[in-house]
Design a protein around this ligand. Structure first.
Ligand SMILES: NC(=O)c1ccc[n+]([C@@H]2O[C@H](COP(=O)([O-])OP(=O)(O)OC[C@H]3O[C@@H](n4cnc5c(N)ncnc54)[C@H](O)[C@@H]3O)[C@@H](O)[C@H]2O)c1
Length: 405
């Protein structure tokens, strides 16, 4: 006889798969659902399709024990978790069509007493919208199922540890829904589970990422002011942070990734008249990437005037932050592409965390430094700090390789 399914996780990507596998490793019977047949087949073989330390072992164990199974279609369970993508559209409005499609897929299976939770980062009121959609299609379930929102705040690369230990915010569409969701998560989360309402939980996730964006924008704005004023921004920030109640972040060449560079727009697009600082911060961080690209191009032009030949430029780092291989929304990618397309310089591209790139021929970082006339420090990858400075090079340090005090 088939075992009763405790929970279905819809969406088996960077967040859905670790959560599903981790819950299964704690003894729950989990069905993971993904529309991608290749993903489903990979997981059912006990393998994984994403890079995440420690995950493969957990997936293999969960598949072998029979507690985890993957499929392209959901089946009847007691709880459903929606962990599908929420990108933005051209106009910066959130695209919740994946959440809606996933909700529609589980809708016919829902029964009285079930739990339905959205984990995808979503604009405020998405959970209420999905509740209305469920009640419209299944009016007999209104007030009889539990609906909640529980955002994820794990750090890629440390997901397994954080899944277990991070505190979670759990917002119900009513207090009983929050209580039911907490009951479920407490089976595998050791962090504190804070109940609230769905809107607050949705806003909490967006606030966390917007807060980082605003603080980075402040550092980036300072870096451009300091450049104009002839002040070393790295020294300035180090000194200001000696104030007991000041804690400035570091500037960089913009903000990338699929969270901090995306989620603040979910607030701005819904509350354009109120979200001034959040909007300006997004724009400032995007502008910083242009500023860096323009500076690099200007330096190439000056080199040509001074030396009568095009320079060799080393673009150091492509990832959106140090020591990872993730290129999504990466400012370093943007700057590199502009140098390649808008200058005649010979461009050497470096990304020590990636072996092969489809557009750029990647070069060893030491070799690129040695060959370059102009070195553009784009990402503060740890190995870069070991390169001794050669005073004959022109260095543009956008991420503090030479300036960490
Ligand atoms: N990756 C992170 O670090 C992170 C952190 C916090 C929150 N989030 C949020 O979590 C959500 C999921 O992000 P992710 O990084 O796991 O995405 P992902 O792109 O890695 O994975 C999403 C998966 O969902 C599948 N999918 C899409 N539509 C589907 C459908 N209708 N039915 C079943 N499967 C479907 C895709 O095939 C894919 O495998 C997003 O809202 C994201 O913003 C991500």
């Amino acid at each position: 006889m088939k075992k009763k399914i405790d929970a279905v996780f819809v969406g088996l990507g960077y967040i859905g798969l670790p959560t599903a596998a981790y819950a299964a490793s704690k003894g729950l019977n989990i069905l993971g659902v993904d529309i991608n047949q290749k993903v489903v087949d990979t997981i059912n073989r006990g393998e994984i399709h994403i890079v995440e330390p420690g995950l493969e072992k957990i997936v293999k164990g969960a598949i072998t024990s029979g507690n985890l199974r993957a499929a392209t279609k959901p089946e009847v369970a007691d709880a459903y978790f929606i962990v599908v993508p929420t990108p933005f559209k051209q106009n910066h409005r959130a695209d919740i069509s994946y959440v809606e499609a996933a909700t529609r897929a589980v809708l016919p299976l829902l029964k009285e007493g079930d739990l339905f939770v959205i984990e995808s980062t979503s604009p405020v009121m998405t959970t209420e919208k999905m509740a209305k959609l469920i009640w419209k299609e299944r009016p007999e379930l209104e007030g009889r199922i539990h609906i909640a929102y529980c955002p994820e705040r794990v750090l890629p690369g440390n997901v397994i540890h954080e899944l277990e230990h991070n505190d979670r915010v759990i917002g119900g569409i009513d207090p009983e829904s929050a209580r039911k969701a907490i009951e479920f998560y407490s089976k595998f989360v050791k962090g504190t589970l804070f109940p609230t309402n769905a809107r607050t939980a949705e806003m909490c996730k967006l606030t966390e990422n917007s807060s980082r964006d605003v603080q980075i924008a402040f550092a980036n704005e300072l870096s451009m002011i300091c450049d104009k004023a002839g002040i070393d921004v790295w020294e300035l920030i180090t000194l200001a942070n000696r104030h007991p109640r000041v804690n400035l972040l570091q500037p960089g060449c913009g903000v990338g990734g699929h969270c901090i560079a995306v989620d603040p727009w979910f607030i701005v697009s819904d509350y354009p008249e109120q979200a001034h600082i959040i909007k300006r911060s997004r724009e400032t961080n995007d502008y910083k990437s242009d500023w860096c690209a323009n500076k690099a191009l200007e330096t190439c032009r000056q080199f040509e005037l001074d030396n009568g030949r095009e320079p060799v430029v080393a673009c150091m780092g492509l990832a959106f932050k140090p020591n990872i291989d993730d290129l999504r929304e990466s400012p370093a990618m943007y700057i590199t592409s502009r140098i390649v397309s808008e200058s005649n310089a010979e461009t050497l591209v470096v990304e020590p965390n990636i072996e092969k790139h489809k557009t750029f021929n990647l070069m060893d970082y030491k070799e690129a430094y040695q060959k370059a006339d102009i070195v553009v420090w784009q990402v503060a990858h740890t190995p870069f700090f070991s390169i001794e400075q050669d005073p004959s090079k022109i260095e543009l340090d956008f991420c503090g390789i030479r300036k960490r005090f």
